[in-house]
Unconditional design. Structure first.
Lengths: 329, 225
């Protein structure tokens, strides 16, 4: 068949397909589809693909081939566009995908836990026994500031400023900005051979453990522990999960298994990003608790510790049970 | 052929091509985006700090969102940040499909690593060493930055009396003649003649006559008698 005949024969179909694609592009966010034509989309798309293949095979003119190529490409984008309901996806992720992914890589979680809590406990004990160790990670101004924040004489535990409702909101913004950014950095620096992740886990472990040991040694237990134990459930766990995601990202570079390094990396990356997003959501919750609950001074200490116990149990149960399927043990 | 294109096969069994975007145009796009992000933060700063501590809280949230989620938001919404859109670029998977949230988050969170140690030095090195101009984030997410094809203008070849080829030509050679005829609008007359003169052995004509003869062949190849 000569090119002119070929073009004449299918011209109408191509134009119809062009209109269809324009329609679909405009309707991006609306799910209602008007004409019956849309149901034939995959079939018409396959036809266009074969026209494209024929045109190339027969060495038809470059302009025609380019036009068909553009049609196939635009059709492919429409065919593979993700059209699930946004809110449903969020539910599915929180209730199933994230905890499932967490359990899939539980060994890495224990590794990250050891890398974070190991230095934390060691530094905590060191500072508890000899407060001088605190000065190896903080200068004396920082130590003085920290002491002031948790001084039982101070009415605004954990903060430098007076506690009011609007301060709570400001701190909420700050905690999100600061903590989630740390989580993201812990994760992303995993791709640099895991060194960044190791460093951030280790460093944060040392600082947090050191502060806890130092303040306990000073006898500030009644201000420090009730303040941190509540949001700590979400925050510390989420930081460890960020580290875990970073380590998963680092692993394929050393141990790609029976894949090329790039393919192993791509595969690990898809798992790790889900863990990171889950950890970011947990850090959001932690920021909320820290800003609006942990800092309140009117609640008795026993209630705060009770709530903290419930939160820790909740996080543990959620991560170990949510989204369990029969095949999972 | 040595070219900055990426070929891939779709399940329907045809090969498609994507035109990859190189480092320079991507840096330009990034600069535009950086300016927009800066503008958002400056505006937020001046409007919200008047509102006291709640305002500062909101500002920190806005800063956090523009810092990490600005590219993700636009990539999911329209396939490209405003900067990339301005330069006719968009982000897609290696197989041409639109980016999903996982890939978009991945390639944008990993900017931290690409930025290392300063000013995207590692990302740039990585792009220069990679066949598809991928930075670390693109490698991990399996994405590429490509050009959006311009709307193809309908070009038709000049009408001429269809004349059969004097000798049989291979398909590639036939296609070259078609390509020549389709490009008539982009070639000056003297350039057309210069090109046609290379084929004087085939057409047995020179100059303007030769060009016309080639159009006749092209018409024959396209339409037959």
């Amino acid at each position: 068949m000569k090119q002119a005949q070929f073009e004449q024969k299918y011209q109408e179909r191509w134009q119809g397909f062009e209109r269809l694609i324009q329609d679909l592009e405009k309707r991006k966010n609306k799910r209602q589809i008007s004409t019956d034509n849309h149901y034939d989309f995959p079939k018409i798309y396959r036809d266009i693909c074969s026209h494209y293949a024929i045109a190339r095979q027969r060495y038809y003119s470059p302009v025609l081939i380019r036009r068909l190529h553009a049609l196939v490409l635009a059709g492919q984008v429409q065919l593979y566009r993700h059209q699930t309901i946004w809110l449903w996806k969020v539910f599915e992720f929180v209730l199933a995908t994230f905890p499932q992914m967490f359990r899939k890589h539980i060994k890495v979680f224990w590794l990250a836990t050891a890398l974070f809590y190991g230095p934390a406990v060691a530094m905590g004990l060191a500072c508890y026994m000899d407060s001088q160790y605190m000065y190896s990670v903080m200068d004396r101004w920082q130590v003085a500031e920290m002491e002031y924040m948790y001084d039982p004489e101070n009415k605004n535990i954990g903060r430098k400023e007076e506690r009011e409702a609007d301060t709570d909101f400001m701190m909420f913004g700050y905690y999100i900005f600061n903590n989630v950014s740390i989580g993201f950095r812990t994760f992303a620096s995993g791709i640099l051979l895991g060194i960044g992740t190791l460093f951030i886990l280790f460093y944060n472990g040392i600082v947090i453990g050191g502060v806890a040991g130092y303040l306990t040694q000073l006898g500030y237990t009644e201000t420090f522990w009730p303040f941190v134990s509540g949001h700590g459930s979400f925050e510390l766990t989420a930081i460890v999960i960020s580290g875990m995601a970073g380590l998963i990202l680092a692993r394929p570079i050393f141990a790609p298994g029976n894949m090329t390094r790039i393919n192993a990396l791509k595969r690990a990356a898809q798992d790790s990003i889900q863990l990171m997003i889950g950890a970011a959501l947990m850090l959001f919750i932690a920021a909320f608790i820290e800003a609006f609950w942990s800092s309140s001074t009117s609640v008795p200490i026993s209630v705060k510790l009770g709530v903290a116990a419930v939160l820790w149990a909740g996080v543990t149960l959620y991560l170990s049970l949510a989204g369990r399927t029969r095949s999972e043990h | 052929m040595l070219d900055t294109t990426k070929k891939f096969e779709v399940p329907e069994g045809v090969d498609l091509e994507l035109r990859l975007a190189g480092p320079v145009i991507r840096i330009n796009a990034w600069l535009i985006d950086a300016a927009i992000r800066l503008a958002i933060i400056v505006v937020a700063f001046f409007t919200l700090t008047w509102l006291g501590k709640v305002g500062i809280g909101v500002m920190l949230l806005i800063y956090f969102l523009t810092e990490w989620f600005y590219p993700v938001f636009f990539e999911l919404k329209q396939g490209a940040t405003p900067g990339k859109r301005l330069f006719n670029l968009y982000v897609c998977h290696d197989d041409g499909t639109p980016v999903n949230w996982q890939s978009s988050m991945l390639r944008n969170l990993l900017r931290v690593a690409d930025f290392f140690p300063f000013a995207y030095a590692l990302g740039l090195l990585c792009m220069l060493a990679n066949r598809d101009f991928k930075r670390l984030g693109d490698i991990a997410a399996g994405t590429v930055v490509v050009y959006r094809e311009k709307e193809s203008i309908a070009i038709s070849i000049l009408d001429a009396e269809p004349t059969p080829l004097p000798v049989p030509l291979t398909l590639t050679e036939q296609r070259a003649i078609l390509d020549f005829a389709e490009r008539h609008a982009y070639l000056s007359e003297s350039r057309q003649q210069e090109l046609a003169n290379h084929l004087s052995e085939l057409t047995t004509k020179q100059g303007e006559e030769g060009v016309k003869e080639l159009y006749c062949y092209a018409n024959w190849l396209l339409k037959g008698q």
